[in-house]
Structure formats: structure tokens, C-alpha cells
Design a protein around this ligand. Structure first.
Ligand code: PXP
Length: 252
């Protein structure tokens, strides 16, 4: 148990990518990710996250146009560090951009950005985005080298990849899960000490959210796949409300 006071209210960002995955399975307009985003807002989402992948496998350019028009909460625009994506972000100026690694052959964003290896390139890449007022976040593993690099390049936020922790839990590797959680805890504290706002996400579920929500430095969680799945059983609003309840209980 962490006995320190949380630094503030924990925000919940809802990732709607996989509403678009279901839509794209049939190639039409249904179900509409914008409708899901508005429902998520009504259910208490503090932000909407969408990843425009280079291969457009889920979210489309038109979805981003629509989200920028209809959202009342901030859009967190996830993107690879490519020239094409930078142009799109500079045109829309979303509240936040989250720089993620991208591999075409992966099913999802498997790891964090290897920022330490391409620190100079990413520093130059994010500067114009920060200049137009986007809050720049870097999606990285809970790793000291990556966090120190994020601080050096002047990122506002780091989002810590919780996938390894969640996978270890799902696969019953509990010692490894606890070690991953400890790493996340220590690295959240380090990132905060270095002046970075700390977010976390990837793979979080009702079973795994509480310990991460309890880290006092974590200010935002971004959750998608599990909630879109759970919406099949509960409906999107109730699925989000339950996640919110668990986060608040863990934070209390
Ligand atoms: N945060 C980032 C940076 C992501 O890339 C993703 C998944 O695309 C998420 C959060 C949400 O992960 P999940 O869909 O597994 O909840």
C-alpha cells in the first residue's frame, strides 16, 4: 500500500480504436466511433484517445476530423513519429499528442518507444507540436533510461506501458506481475521527480487497474480494448462507470 497522498484527481481517457476495428470488419459506418466517444463523455470520460495508425487499420483520418469537431473533452491523439502524422497533428492541434512506436506487423503497440536510442530525432520531432500548444506525451516502458531521456527532450508527459504487468497477471505469472508493478511504482515516482506528468495504460482491466490507479503520481489512465469488449456485455456507459468506480476506490 502506498501511503502518500495522490497528486490530484485521476483522469480516465477512453481509447475508442476498437470501436473502429469492429466497424472496419464490415467496411461500413457502423458502429460509429464518434457515437462511442460521445457516450464515453456522458459516462464520465475525461478524455478520448485515438491512434491513427499508418496503415489506418482502425481509426481513419475522417474519424480524427470528426472527433476534433464533436468532442467536448480533450482528444489525446496517438501517433507514430512520422512526417505524415506530424502534419496531421499540426493541422488539428489536438489537446495532446502521444508518440508511440509502431510496427506494421504487430497486433497492438507491443512496447514503449525506444526514446533513448533516438533522443535527438524525437526532440526535433516534438518541438513544433509543443510550439502549437499540444501537450506532448511519450509512450515508454517503465525504464529509467527512457524516462531520463523524456525529461531531457522536454516532453510534458510520459505514459508508462502497463502491458507487461497486465500480461503477467492474465497468464498467472504472479511473481513477475508483482515485479512489474514495483517497477511501474518506482518509475512513476522517478518521472514525477524529473518534472514529468505521469500517465499509464495498455491492457488494463477491472482486475489490474487498482494498483496502478493507487500510484499517487499517476494522473491519467488510458484504457480501450477491455472496455470495448466489456461494452458487449454491459453496454459502454456501465462498463466505463465500473472502471471509474474501481479507480476512485483505489485512489481513496
Ligand atoms: N495507451 C497507449 C499509448 C496505447 O497505445 C494504447 C493502445 O493502443 C492504450 C493506452 C490502450 O490500451 P488498451 O486498448 O489495451 O486498453
Amino acid at each position: 500500500m502506498d501511503v502518500r497522498e495522490p497528486l490530484g484527481r485521476l483522469r480516465l481517457g477512453i481509447n475508442i480504436d476498437h470501436v473502429a476495428t469492429v466497424r472496419n470488419a464490415r467496411g461500413g459506418n457502423y458502429p460509429d466511433p464518434l457515437r462511442a466517444a460521445k457516450l464515453a463523455e456522458e459516462a464520465g470520460a475525461d478524455g478520448i484517445t485515438a491512434h491513427l495508425r499508418e496503415d489506418r487499420r482502425h481509426i481513419s483520418d475522417a474519424d480524427i476530423d470528426g472527433l476534433m469537431e464533436v468532442l467536448s473533452v480533450p482528444l489525446n491523439f496517438e501517433m507514430a513519429a512520422t512526417e505524415e502524422m506530424q502534419k496531421i497533428a499540426l493541422r488539428h492541434k489536438p489537446h495532446a499528442v502521444c508518440i508511440v512506436p509502431e510496427k506494421r506487423e504487430e497486433k497492438t503497440t507491443e512496447g514503449g518507444l525506444e526514446l533513448a536510442r533516438e533522443e535527438n530525432r524525437i526532440a526535433h520531432f516534438i518541438a513544433p507540436l509543443a510550439d502549437v500548444g499540444c501537450r506532448v506525451s511519450i509512450f515508454i516502458a517503465a525504464d529509467r533510461r527512457q524516462i531520463e531521456a523524456a525529461a531531457r527532450i522536454g516532453a510534458a508527459v510520459v505514459e508508462l506501458h502497463t502491458g507487461a504487468y497486465c500480461d503477467a497477471h492474465a497468464e498467472g505469472r504472479f511473481e513477475e506481475r508483482d515485479a512489474e508493478l514495483e517497477r511501474l511504482r518506482e518509475m512513476a515516482a522517478l518521472a514525477h521527480e524529473l518534472g514529468l506528468e505521469v500517465h499509464a495504460g495498455h491492457g488494463l482491466t477491472y482486475d489490474t487497474v487498482a494498483p496502478v490507479a493507487a500510484f499517487p503520481e499517476v494522473m491519467e489512465l488510458n484504457i480501450g480494448h477491455f472496455l470495448v469488449g466489456e461494452a458487449i456485455f454491459l453496454g459502454l456507459g456501465p462498463a466505463i462507470a465500473e472502471m471509474r468506480r474501481l479507480m476512485d476506490a483505489a485512489r481513496a
